[in-house]
Design a protein around this ligand. Structure first.
Ligand code: NAP
Ligand code: GCO
Length: 290
């Protein structure tokens, strides 16, 4: 008799995680494979990154196929979905993970820079979701998971384009739910807090004198857990949202932030920095050996 934990399995599923050569995308893919996914598909914008990703998956014994595909290029997106469907029978789970950020004061941001961020972070998920939805509708089953953010709820200096995109992605999540939930398709979002990945490495770099980056001190003072998240922290939620266990959850952004959104924060100057002094700055993501 199937037990409750079987509801969290992904046996026989084909999962496409965009931008998953490293970072959170790689962590999601590794977790999906461990939960039983039969095929991991990922893409990145150049062959070098795809090769890097393939090496990472091979090292972990994961059956992955990598594509050179820019999520802002509709022709490349549609070609990936067609090839993956021809070869692997279709895509059951889409994680719209690929994303960029540009930290520039808004009045100094050029339109081209704004457009780049909105294109990758919001139009990309639109194009990738639009490409997989027809087969999910036909199959009467599908999971779409979007990469939202603290900036889906909060603003901060220098991230206007990113916040606009991630706020829009929250509403795109709700709209895909609204329009396609009738076909047993669930579209939810993961809302990570501040996670140690290459994207946030500049915010954690030690200062020349070896002291904490001011933003590192700031974000720890805003986080009850007083730490940055690790990719491992997000794996369980990703598997949950990709699995039958979440079939009646739709249109939700699930925040996994160590408590940031619940907490007014403490005075950063009151933080006992000595507790964290020996923590190395994680330049890249090390997905725990499985
Ligand atoms: P990351 O380390 O910067 O990785 C992003 C990945 O997306 C990279 O592989 C990147 O490849 C790829 N990518 C960028 N533009 C692309 C495009 N046009 N087409 C295809 N792939 C593209 O980011 P991360 O920290 O893992 O974050 C992953 C997602 O979670 C992002 O959407 C991010 O906004 C979101 N998020 C991150 C955090 C955090 O604290 N880290 C928190 C909340 C939300 P390249 O190397 O070529 O750019
Ligand atoms: C920043 C960070 C954040 C995180 C994440 C928070 O500059 O504030 O990069 O945007 O990446 O999105 O949830």
């Amino acid at each position: 008799m199937a037990g409750i934990l079987d509801k969290f399995r992904l046996d026989g599923k084909v999962a496409w995680i965009t931008g998953a050569s490293y970072g959170l995308g790689l962590a999601y893919a590794v977790a999906f494979a461990e939960a039983g996914a039969k095929k991991i598909i990922f893409n990145d914008i150049n062959q070098e990154l795809v090769d890097r990703g393939m090496a990472a998956y091979k090292e972990r014994g994961i059956d992955a196929t990598g594509y050179v595909c820019d999520v802002t290029n509709e022709e490349q997106v549609n070609a990936l979905v067609q090839d993956a469907t021809d070869k692997f029978g279709g895509i059951d789970i889409l994680v719209n993970n690929a994303g960029i950020i540009k930290r520039i004061p808004m009045i100094e941001m050029e339109k081209k820079q704004w457009d780049q961020v909105l294109n990758v972070d919001l139009t990309g998920p639109f194009l990738c979701s639009k490409a997989v939805l027809p087969q999910m509708i036909e199959r009467r089953s599908g999971k779409i998971i979007n990469a939202c953010s603290m900036m889906s709820e909060l603003g901060r200096e220098t991230v206007s384009a990113y916040a606009a995109a991630k706020g829009g992605l929250k509403m795109l999540t709700k709209n895909i739910c609204s329009e396609y939930g009738q076909y047993n398709i669930q579209c939810n979002a993961i809302g990570p807090g501040y996670i140690a990945t290459p994207q946030t490495a500049p915010l954690r770099e030690k200062q020349a004198d070896g002291s904490m980056h001011p933003f590192d001190r700031f974000i720890r003072s805003k986080t009850p857990a007083q730490r940055w998240g690790e990719t491992e922290d997000l794996e369980g939620l990703a598997v949950f949202l990709a699995s039958p266990a979440s079939d009646f959850i739709n249109g939700q952004v699930v925040y996994i932030d160590g408590g940031i959104l619940a907490y007014i924060g403490q005075d950063p100057s009151q933080l006992d920095a000595s507790k964290f002094q020996d923590e190395a700055t994680r330049e890249d993501v090390v997905v725990a050996d499985k």
